[in-house]
Design a protein around this ligand. Structure first.
Ligand code: GDP
Ligand code: MG
Length: 439
């Protein structure tokens, strides 16, 4: 995947202060190959690469990132933008029912998606959908939808295969109004290839029922073909969104990357399997991370960047060097770690992090809360000179923080050990620098 390709290049450009043109070029060569391999439209690839280059070259590298990470960050942001940026919501008509029409080639997953979407609307939006069988060319299609309706215990509207799709769709809407159902989801016929008859039929249905959404259902496994299909359907029907199916089997993400760029229509949902609960709202940023294949390390980069105040970090470093690190600084640090989010979640984001191996390093939020309370119960002098904390002070601090004297003792010991460790570290770095600067 893209991650492997980038890994080597990342190693090479570690530890520089500025992202140079050569760095970006080298990384972009890998990105370009990976995207082409993923079957992304070549025009889209070209535009994408140029945009990333333009943005990344000459950028100051943020202190919390390496130049490689910085380029990855830009790649990720541009990938996300390419897929539409924000997650796109489903329409809600002010005059119910909201009408959704499906379109797409045979086998793309339309009928299955009707069931999944109905399930999603009921489960997550508390809606009452009506499923409409308007694929009259394959008798099995009507049965298929009726079976899905039974599984979901949801009403299915059908009039057999002797009535036109236009009439079926129109009658279905009347029925939904009568029964106070608030969504109508129309299944339609597909062909193996795009043809005029199919497009005309879909246009007729569109004209008759003026849908609030026209979802083009596309099989993501078909790569570049998916893009051509999307272009044709969009030209004929002016679709409102795309449902990408079979993403569970597609590891490359090529279709997802090109479709929005080519049609300028958002991908609204992703099909992740055959089951009725395997439909997810499409999140461009999640898909981008998936394509980059770097775990959620990207999220980690973002979080690190927004929460760690760089000046504070510098100040802290200086304090460590001069050994004037106090409990106040300690508290400050805790706050910063916390603002990055729940610690367990942070652990999850680090790729290759073995959860079992991490078992001994239990990160207990409650524990941190206790530590904070203890420090806050100290006087200023106590925070700066912990050595003065005798038995009676310990008792007072424990009462003030709602903890025990043992808790206070434990923290004092930890702090002491931390200071010792810092001393060792600073001694080591002093030793290392001796030659260059002299002390
Ligand atoms: P239609 O001809 O467009 O109505 O397509 P169907 O809904 O009948 O689906 C065709 C096949 O694709 C069926 O076997 C579905 O189970 C399967 N399918 C649909 N969506 C997905 C998906 O998201 N993932 C997987 N793995 N299979 C899917
Ligand atoms: Mg079907």
């Amino acid at each position: 995947g893209l991650a492997d390709r980038l890994q080597d290049t990342l190693q090479k450009i570690r530890g520089k202060g500025k992202v140079t043109e050569a760095d970006v070029k080298e990384m972009m060569r890998e990105v370009r190959l990976a995207l082409l391999e993923a079957d992304v439209n070549f025009k889209v690839v070209k535009q994408f690469i140029n945009k990333v280059k333009e943005r990344a070259v000459g950028q100051e590298v943020m202190k919390s990132l390496t130049p490689g990470q910085q380029v990855i960050k830009v790649v990720n942001e541009e990938l996300t933008a390419l897929m539409g940026g924000e997650q796109s919501k489903i329409a809600v008509s002010s005059r119910p029912p909201t009408v959704i029409m499906m379109a797409g080639l045979q086998g793309a997953g339309k009928t299955t998606t009707v069931g999944k979407l109905a399930n999603h609307l009921r489960k997550n939006h508390n809606r009452k959908p009506l499923l409409v069988a308007a694929d009259i060319y394959r008798p099995a299609a009507i049965n298929q939808l009726e079976t899905l309706g039974k599984q979901l215990s949801m009403p299915v509207f059908s009039m057999g295969d002797q009535v036109s799709p236009v009439e079926i769709a129109s009658k279905a809407i009347e029925k939904a109004k009568e029964e106070h159902l608030d969504y109508v989801i129309i299944d339609t016929a597909g062909r193996l290839h795009i043809d005029e008859d199919l497009m005309q039929e879909l246009k007729d249905v569109k004209e008759a029922v003026t849908p609030d959404e026209i979802f083009l259902v596309v099989d993501s496994m078909t790569g570049q073909d998916a893009v051509n299909v999307a272009e044709s359907f969009n030209d004929a029907l002016d679709i409102t969104g795309v449902v990408l199916t079979k993403l569970d089997g597609d590891t490359r993400g090529g279709a997802a990357l090109s479709i929005k760029a080519v049609t300028d229509k958002p991908i609204k949902f992703a099909g992740m399997g055959e089951k009725l609960d395997a439909l997810e709202p499409f999140h461009p940023e999640r898909m981008a991370s998936r394509i980059l294949g770097m775990g959620d390390v990207l999220t980690l980069i973002e979080k690190a960047q927004t929460s760690v105040d760089e000046d504070k970090a510098k100040e802290l470093e200086k304090k460590m060097r001069t050994m004037s690190f106090t409990f106040d600084d300690f508290l400050d640090q805790l706050g910063q770690v916390r603002s990055m989010g729940p610690l367990d979640e942070l652990m999850d984001m680090i790729p290759g992090m073995n959860k079992k191996a991490m078992k001994n390093v239990s990160v207990d939020e409650k524990q941190i809360g206790r530590v904070e309370a203890i420090i806050q119960s100290m006087t200023t002098r106590e925070k700066e000179e912990p050595d003065i904390i005798n038995a009676s002070r310990k008792k007072r601090i424990a009462v003030g923080s709602g903890t025990t004297v043992q808790d206070v003792n434990r923290l004092l010991k930890q702090f002491d050990e931390m200071k010792k460790m810092m001393k060792q570290m600073t001694n080591m770095s002093k030793g290392g620098k001796k030659k260059g600067k002299g002390m």
